[in-house]
Design a protein around this ligand. Structure first.
Ligand SMILES: [Zn+2]
Length: 244
């Protein structure tokens, strides 16, 4: 009875990953996606902009009063105070104001920050060395880069980053408490397809073999680690996902 059914091997040990035996090896051109989160406009931003505007007004008035009142009137006695006030207010707004109001992306390619049109700073999951949660931000470290996701403007994105990191690279999130951030909201963020990654010229994580042709590349579907098709290990070296 059922003698020639394929034998399902039960995995024992390493119970922490629990991915149910699904093979996660991906081709370079397999579809990938990410969510894009717009920052939430906040009181801090409004106050920052207001502070900057008042500072600019004070600076203008101060400069006028100090140097542009004409020969006979001379410098206005209040002008230096206006200038100092403008400087202090401008510095305070710059220091304490909320400036990290950039869109954040989270998905198969890791965590990314949109620094400008077409200028994206990205940390792949396989490059992440650690996540840090503070009162004000969730910080993703890795690959010589740090991306801070501010909680006030980007709570939905931060929740998504934390929950994906727990699934993809659980070993690097162990320090953060389970309920530290709310569960991610599937309605938050706009899902967008990702371009296939540029991999030619990179090296296989397992064998260090040069990936000369993009068709030779294989990716871990969970952490995005890169392998040559001839060097795919049974389990991802970075996240231990089953690859074969
Ligand atoms: Zn992996």
């Amino acid at each position: 009875m059922a003698a020639d059914r394929p034998v399902k091997r039960k995995r024992k040990g390493s119970g922490s990953t629990g991915q149910g035996g699904e093979v996660l090896l991906r081709q370079r051109t397999d579809p990938r996606s990410e969510r894009r989160f717009e920052p939430k406009a906040s009181l801090e931003l409004a106050l920052t902009l207001l502070g900057m505007s008042v500072a600019a007004l004070l600076a203008g008035a101060g400069v006028y009063g100090q140097w542009f009142r004409g020969e006979e009137a001379g410098a206005h006695p209040a002008a230096p105070y206006l200038l100092v006030g403008a400087l202090l207010l401008g510095a305070a707004a710059g220091l304490f104001g909320q400036w990290s109001m950039k869109p954040v992306r989270v998905g198969d390619a890791g965590v990314a920050l949109e620094n400008g049109p077409g200028e994206i700073e990205r940390i792949g999951w396989s490059e992440v060395t650690g996540l840090l949660l503070s009162e004000s931000a969730l910080t993703v470290q890795g690959g010589g880069t740090v991306i801070a996701v501010p909680l006030r403007a980007h709570l939905a994105a931060a929740s998504r980053v934390l929950s994906e990191a727990r699934k993809r690279i659980p070993g690097r999130v162990a320090d953060i408490k389970e309920d530290a951030l709310p569960a991610p909201d599937d309605a938050a963020g706009e899902v967008r397809p990702l371009e296939p990654p540029q991999v030619a010229g990179l090296h296989c994580k397992a064998t260090d073999k040069l990936i000369a042709f993009e068709a030779d590349a294989r990716l871990c579907g969970r952490c995005g680690e890169l392998y040559h098709k001839d060097g795919v290990p049974p389990r991802c070296i970075t996240c231990e996902a089953p690859l074969r």
